[in-house]
Design a protein around this ligand. Structure first.
Ligand code: NAD
Ligand code: UGA
Length: 441
């Protein structure tokens, strides 16, 4: 059992803290946002992440998991400190490191003994080594203040974060200290049961593995989206193309679902950050630049696909099903729905929108903008659909897979379905008397 603290209790920090507590460690989750910590202490989970509540609840009950907004308390009561603060996109596309820098200063100023600091946040190549130098300088040869840094990038996905953390494809550990890496292996010992491979390497390689993984996955999505757009033109079916591609063991079927473009807090920012890292080292990443361009274009093309079907969309109500960037999350960051809704409103449409978890975040995003008054939100999808001139499936939440078209037919002004996630079969929808617009079908 190790005494661990996790600094930054967001999507990654809370999942990491709760799951490490579930592995049997004693974990303190710290966040500078006192409101968030208060909510957690009150037994509420500030984000929507399936399965997380149960893990948090049982580990709080067994006193393996606690919460604080006091960095000094967190540092002093742990031997291993995971950093999971945000590294959002900065103005110049590079990762904004202000939260991270604040965090390592806070740790340095509160050291009461030798510690291991683990970079779980996604950080630019070179960060681990710089952090090690920073702590070495602070310690100034004093072994009792020695900090050993380990890079341990995270690969979990929102919506399946607890499963992903406990069923990792691999654990990447980068750094100079074999001893510290050994401690991390012990911390993750439970994963040996699943025969999880451990990759131990230097800081730079570990950091680049994270950016390369996200960029490669983003590349697969942009690739299949371009093929889908070609399918639309030539009368081919992208789902069959993707299936055949995926059956080639060298390609793998995953991340080949054509759709409205990737969103979220990671692919968009990490692809841009990787390009910026390449620029810093005069090593151009042309493929990734094109992936970014293709994805922005894909989101815009979805709006054009819709507009193309209306002679005049002014004052027509268009219903958007799904606001989050993917199902099973409340996260709306860089969601294709944002691009689509803005463009439709710019052309004069009125929007009725619904989402099982994303409405509050979406409302805050548009608060105070010119778009705010043209979007009406509904908790129930059938209420949102009522009176609409078109239904757009923007996020593939399960409840949109089984829509009752008999019921819908009685309340819509036009029977047209834009299935931007390809969750229905064209024939099935057309047989119900609807026009069907998919992506590459
Ligand atoms: P998040 O914004 O949800 O959470 C970050 C938390 O850090 C916030 O609660 C914030 O209040 C807190 N914080 C900021 N500065 C702090 C400080 N100085 N001290 C204490 N707390 C502080 O971010 P996230 O989505 O959890 O991402 C965290 C990191 O993990 C990022 O680098 C991200 O790229 C990476 N990552 C995210 C995911 C994901 O699915 N969200 C997956 C893998 C990796
Ligand atoms: C992604 C990675 O999958 C994680 O491994 C990584 O840890 C994380 O980023 C991160 O670094 O933060 P996440 O953004 O939560 O996870 O979600 P994904 O399931 O990867 O989906 C990202 C976007 O790609 C979504 O908008 C999704 O709709 C889209 N997507 C995904 C497709 O359009 N097609 C696909 O085949 C797969």
């Amino acid at each position: 059992m190790y005494n661990i603290s996790v600094i930054g209790t967001g999507y990654v920090g809370l999942v990491t803290g709760a799951c490490l507590a579930d592995f049997g460690h004693k974990v303190i989750c710290m966040d500078s946002n006192s409101q968030k910590i208060k909510e957690l202490k009150d037994g509420n989970i500030p984000i929507y992440e399936p399965g997380l509540f149960e893990v948090v609840e049982r580990n709080v009950l067994y006193q393996r998991l606690s919460f604080t907004d006091d960095i000094s308390y967190a540092v002093k009561n742990s031997d291993v400190i995971f950093i999971a603060v945000g590294t959002p996109q900065g103005d110049d596309d590079r990762a904004d490191m202000s939260q991270y820098i604040c965090c390592i200063n806070d740790i340095a100023n509160n050291l009461d003994g030798s510690k291991i600091v683990v970079n779980k946040s996604t950080v630019p190549v070179g960060t681990g080594r710089k952090a090690q130098d920073f702590f070495d300088e602070k310690a100034n040869g004093d072994e009792s203040k020695k900090v050993r840094v380990v890079s341990n990038p995270e690969f979990l996905r929102e919506g399946s974060a607890v499963y992903d953390f406990t069923h990792q494809d691999r654990v990447v550990l980068g750094g100079d200290s074999h001893e510290a890496i050994g401690v991390l292996k012990e911390i993750y010992r439970v994963l040996y049961l699943n025969e999880t491979p451990f990759i131990t390497t230097n800081f730079e390689t570990a950091e680049l593995i994270k950016y390369s993984t996200n960029s490669f996955l983003a590349m697969k999505i942009s690739f299949i989206n371009e093929i889908a757009n070609l399918c639309d033109k030539v009368g081919a079916n992208v789902q069959v193309v993707a299936k055949a591609l995926g059956q080639d063991g060298r390609i793998s079927p995953k991340f080949l679902h054509a759709g409205a473009g990737y969103g979220g807090s990671c692919f968009p920012k990490d692809t841009r950050a990787l390009v910026a890292i390449g620029e810093d080292y005069n090593s151009s990443l042309n493929i990734i630049k094109t992936v970014i361009y293709t994805n922005e274009r894909q989101k815009a093309l979805m709006a054009e696909k819709i507009l193309h079907e209306y002679e005049d969309i002014k004052d027509k109500k268009i219903c958007i099903l799904g606001l989050t960037f993917k199902p099973n999350t409340d996260d709306i960051r860089e969601s294709p729905s944002i691009t689509i809704i803005k463009r439709l409103i710019d052309e004069g449409a009125k929007i009725s929108a619904t989402d099982p978890e994303g409405i509050e975040n979406f409302k805050s995003f548009f608060k105070g903008t010119n778009y705010e008054n043209d979007i009406e939100f509904f908790k129930d999808e059938y209420e949102a659909i009522d009176g609409s001139y078109g239904i757009v499936i923007a996020t593939q939440w399960n409840q949109y897979r089984m829509l009752d078209f008999n019921r819908i037919s009685k309340v819509v002004n036009r029977k047209i379905l834009f299935d931007l996630r390809n969750i229905y079969r064209r024939d099935d929808i057309e047989n119900q008397g609807y026009e069907y617009i998919g992506v590459g079908q």
